[in-house]
Write a protein that binds this ligand. Structure first.
Ligand code: UCC
Ligand code: FAD
Length: 585
């Protein structure tokens, strides 16, 4: 009767219960779809086994080494030291040790080289490379960003076939950390990032030496400001100091960021930007004050030339967007096994599992679209490349970038909610996923700009690209149904959507205002076909069939999507009325 009950929360005790921490999975071994997809896309056993072992090993390295380096980059963001103690302007961008180590790891793990030198061919090389990048993304402390631009620069320089740039190509694709270079891509200026033709004020003044210029201008956004080189745009001025306006006045230039002495190449880093996310990444404003540069495009073909680079960086962007979805889905499913609410682990609640399934479906959808574009990239780089695949790559790379970028933000947000209040706590490392995801629909072309790019691709091919797309999707749907007749109803739904979309296009119901709707429909129909193909393939799991069925039943129909615009229910003037109600300039 005199017993004293133990009081668990009496000072200094804080109770005996501690929150369950979601465990990071090996991003390869924990991703069944990725494994099955690669097995199907790489039929050669020897090549596949080599890739499989490398990816499993790399997954382990991410768990044991890389992920914590990425965390350190978030905790120790880059700093700009503009002056030394003696008053000299130095513009030193100080990055943490982990950032430098991630650069070394990128070379050692061949994160760029795999896309250029693979003994099993280009398609295999690109698939292997992007599987690694996809795993690396959320762990990389945003080193994925300089890698994207490095890959884009390597591809552009390779295409130029210029002896004078061979050394740069070799550095960009090197596997030796001491030789490995990264590249910047400086397009955006104060006046505009979408409208580069009007926005570019940078001028290029000939030095008198063949192909050599001095650049003067202000680059408003430069990520990876610590890179070794950059490709950039400027306007060549003639002897009267006059330059052509607009896009046709732009040319592409190569420059090294530092002189042989190690000082900056007449470049001043004016500031590092204070950003919502991507805080690990040194994004600066640069004043080019006579930076020495080499003209590397035909004069006036700057935009068309840098577009090669954009195709690559946009594919990397899709890999990053999708990788954020995979990371949050993986953490959320693990958490569901550990977190107990109302007496049972939350995975026991069908409502919660439906929520997780929606995350998983979005992730799978984007994964299949990403690897389709990667496969096409590899094919178009093979010697036997086909014009049709070139067209498909041109259409589907902006579609994939915009769709994955758009979907990753709500998907990551929902995934964070699945981890409850802990998902919102900064030092869990989880909130940064949402911050970093939010940039992917913005940089490398916003959703609207890329939707317009889809119209540009269709217009430039005079519609041929759509004919090729239609025939490709239809044939692959038929093949999947032949190998697994159970898929016939799902394939029928996707075929019907395809027909509806082509009808709209034929009747010219697609115009600038509906460019987004078109791009989303193209993405969702293509994904429908890809999920069905995966479900009908030799490596299919039961969950692949479920994913295909769910996708087909949940995507909005083309009719629903375009209906309102088509019937003029959304009049242009009404949108303005809605937006600018009570607004005064
Ligand atoms: O944001 C940036 C870096 C961020 C960091 C890297 C992250 C990577 C992912 C990391 C993951 C973590 S760099 C800045 C990115 N900036 C953009 O993406 C620009 C967005 N704006 C556009 O894309 C616009 O549509 C423009 C600039 C291309 C529009 O320019 P124009 O001059 O008005 O366009 P035109 O006149 O229609 O096209 C000029 C030529 C045409 O060729 P020709 O003359 O032969 O007819 C076009 O067909 O360029 C061609 N062209 C293309 N070709 C234009 N776009 C493309 C394209 N996408 N592919 C092929
Ligand atoms: P704007 O062009 O001003 O767009 C504003 C809005 O208008 C957008 O929603 C857009 O979709 C819409 N819009 C514009 N035109 C149209 C149209 N015709 N029809 C319909 N809608 C339209 N750039 C580089 O060159 N190099 C870099 O390394 C780099 N790094 C970056 C890093 C970060 C963190 C960020 C945030 C940006 C970076 N950028 C970089 C810039 C980036 O590419 C641009 O911000 C982006 O392309 C958008 O351009 P903008 O900011 O000028 O937006």
């Amino acid at each position: 009767a005199n017993q004293v009950r133990k009081v668990p929360f009496r000072h200094p005790q804080v109770g005996t219960f501690f929150q369950a921490q979601p465990k990071l999975e090996n991003p390869y071994l924990g991703d069944g779809l990725l494994q099955r997809l690669l097995r199907r896309l790489v039929p050669d056993d020897e090549a596949y086994n080599e890739m499989h072992h490398d990816l499993a090993k790399f997954g382990e390295r991410i768990l044991t080494e890389i992920d914590s380096l990425g965390e350190e980059c978030e905790k120790s963001p880059p700093q700009l030291i503009q002056y030394d103690p003696w008053g000299n302007r130095i513009d030193d961008i100080v990055t943490c040790g982990a950032w430098k180590k991630l650069k070394d790891i990128s070379a050692e793990e061949k994160l760029i080289a795999l896309g250029y030198n693979s003994k099993h061919g280009q398609t295999y090389g690109r698939l292997h490379q992007f599987a690694k990048l996809f795993m690396f993304g959320p762990a990389s402390g945003l080193f994925s960003c300089p890698l994207a631009m490095t890959d884009g620069a390597a591809k552009s320089i390779k295409a130029l076939k210029a002896d004078s740039l061979k050394f740069a190509y070799e550095n960009l694709t090197s596997t030796d950390p001491s030789q490995f270079w990264t590249s910047g891509q400086w397009m955006t200026e104060r006046r505009g990032g979408s409208d580069v033709g009007t926005g570019t004020e940078t001028v290029a003044i000939p030095t008198g030496e063949e192909g050599k210029f001095k650049l003067h201008g202000y680059k408003w956004f430069s990520s990876a400001t610590d890179s070794d080189m950059a490709l950039t745009l400027a306007r060549i001025v003639d002897s009267d100091g006059v330059a052509l306006p607009g896009s046709s006045g732009l040319s592409m230039f190569f420059l090294k960021t530092r002189k042989p002495t190690g000082t900056l190449n007449n470049i001043q880093v004016m500031k590092l930007k204070n950003k919502l996310g991507t805080r690990q990444l040194p994004t600066g404003e640069l004043l080019l004050d006579g930076a020495e540069a080499q003209l590397v495009s035909t004069q006036g073909r700057g935009v068309a030339s840098i577009s090669q680079m954009l195709t690559i960086t946009r594919i990397h962007n899709g890999a990053a967007s999708t990788s954020y979805m995979r990371r949050i889905s993986s953490l959320a499913r693990d958490y569901s096994k550990r977190r107990i609410c109302f007496g049972v682990p939350i995975f026991k609640y069908p409502l919660h599992v439906d929520t997780l399934a929606a995350l998983e479906l979005n992730t799978r959808a984007c994964t299949t679209l990403l690897f389709e574009v990667v496969r096409l990239l590899g094919h178009t780089e093979e010697e036997s490349q086909k014009a049709e695949e070139q067209l498909l790559l041109r259409l589907l790379s902006p579609v994939m970038k915009l769709y994955t970028g758009k979907l990753c933000v709500p998907t990551v947000s929902e995934g964070i909610e699945c981890i409850g209040g802990q998902g919102y706590i900064e030092d869990t490392g989880i909130p940064k996923i949402l911050r970093d995801a939010q940039v992917t629909p913005i940089w490398e072309g916003t959703t609207n700009i890329l939707s317009l790019d889809v119209l540009r691709a269709i217009g430039k091919s005079k519609g041929e690209v759509l004919r090729v797309w239609e025939s490709n999707v239809s044939t692959r749907l038929k093949n999947s149904v032949s190998s697994k007749p159970q898929l016939a109803p799902v394939a029928k739904k996707i075929s019907e959507e395809l027909v509806q979309l082509l009808d709209l296009l034929q009747n010219k119901m697609v115009h600038e205002r509906s460019a987004r709707l078109l791009a989303f429909s193209l993405a969702e129909i293509t994904i429908g076909m890809l999920l069905i193909e995966q479900a009908g393939g030799a490596t299919a799991a039961k969950s692949d069939v479920i994913a295909a069925e769910r996708w087909a039943s949940q995507i909005p129909s083309v009719k629903q999507r375009f209906g309102a615009l088509e019937e003029e229910k959304i009049a242009e003037k009404d949108s303005s009325e809605l937006v600018f109600d009570s607004y005064s300039e």
